[in-house]
Design a protein around this ligand. Structure first.
Ligand SMILES: O=P(O)(O)OC[C@@H](O)[C@@H](O)c1c[nH]c2ccccc12
Length: 276
């Protein structure tokens, strides 16, 4: 199955239609009113953006809990999500990103929920969000922020989901890959966090200069509006972090380079300090 996905020229379309089916099942399984009532009783979120802005690390680190991916297959077979999250916390990660998609990344909302009980860091729910029901489930599982991928959503849907996420006290990390997407998301007035994905989700090729080009094109407006910028994917050593910092990013999102290492804590130290 993984092979088929890698060869598919339309990975995002595959994901989108799969998520539509998944959302239909969720709608049959859960009562939206009940989810809304349960959300009202949850404790307040951690402030994801503030944590990224106030971190002493430069850049601040969103460390990802990721067992597998469509482009790499299984990245870590010895996968204990809670132990990994605790190791990230001990190593000084600023925030965590937790994959909840099961089909393509072998994650789960259950993992997010268990990690919420075990660590005190702000958590990003890494999901392909296309419908409000997923946002409620993310909040109930303990997410403080939720990913929205610009290329998967219409402008209208993006605005609607962003509003809902903020209404529920969470942040949206809105992910872009090119200038047209960046300009589109900049038209959303309440946007606070932008992720620039160095990986093209149609071809899986990674190019760090995606971050450089997009930041250089819209640096002033991003700064004026106090938007936090995050460089995502393909980052694996201190010299790469230095490059993206020199281009103006506030934070990095790193998964594979950390998940591949047996000792997670020393992998974070090595990445952040360059002393390996
Ligand atoms: O493992 P990497 O190359 O360090 O990448 C992490 C993260 O950026 C990547 O998992 C990611 C970025 N955007 C996504 C959207 C969906 C799923 C996964 C992702």
């Amino acid at each position: 199955m993984l092979l088929k996905l890698i060869q598919s020229p339309n990975f995002l379309e595959d994901i989108f239609s799969y998520k539509q089916e998944e959302v239909e099942l969720l709608q049959q399984h859960y009562d939206l009113k009940d989810l809304q009532n349960r959300v009202k009783k949850t404790s307040p979120c951690h402030n994801f953006q503030q944590a990224l802005q106030q971190s002493e690390r430069q850049p601040s680190l969103i460390a990802e809990v990721k067992k597998a991916s469509p482009s790499r297959g299984v990245i870590r077979s010895d996968f204990d999500p809670v132990a990994i999250a605790q190791a990230y916390q001990r190593a000084g990660a600023t925030c965590l990103s937790v994959l909840t998609d099961t089909r393509f990344f072998r994650g789960s909302f259950e993992n997010l929920h268990r990690i919420r009980q075990a660590v005190d860091l702000p958590l990003l729910c890494k999901e392909f969000i296309i419908d409000p029901i997923q946002v409620y489930l993310a909040r109930l599982a303990g997410a403080d922020a939720v990913l929205l991928i610009a290329s998967m959503l219409s402008e209208e849907k993006l605005g609607e989901l962003l509003c809902l996420i903020q209404e529920l006290g969470m942040e949206a990390l809105v992910e872009v890959h090119n200038l047209a997407e960046l300009d589109l998301v900049l038209s959303l007035p309440s946007l606070r966090l932008i992720g620039i994905n160095n990986r093209n989700l149609a071809t899986f090729t990674v190019n760090l200069t995606t971050t450089q080009t997009l930041l250089a094109s819209r640096r002033d407006i991003l700064q004026d509006r106090g938007i936090t910028t995050i460089s995502e994917s393909g980052l694996g050593d201190r010299s790469q972090l230095d490059r993206v910092v020199s281009w103006g990013v506030d934070a990095v999102l790193v998964g594979e380079a950390l998940m591949k290492q047996a000792d997670i804590e020393s992998a974070v130290q090595c990445l952040m300090t360059g002393h390996c």
